[in-house]
Design a protein. Structure first.
Length: 45
């Protein structure tokens, strides 16, 4: 009995892009809400 595994590549790519964008948005909102140019040590690297 053979198993068939189907994946939706476009859906996986969309999910990865959404995760990347969400992380970037979270960082941007943190910077805007603090009012500071540097929020953590890695910002000034």
């Amino acid at each position: 009995m053979a198993q068939v595994i189907n994946t939706n590549v476009m859906s996986l790519n969309a999910q990865r892009n959404l995760n990347t964008t969400s992380a970037s948005l979270a960082t941007t909102i943190q910077r805007l809400s603090s009012g500071l140019r540097i929020n953590s040590a890695k910002d000034d690297a």
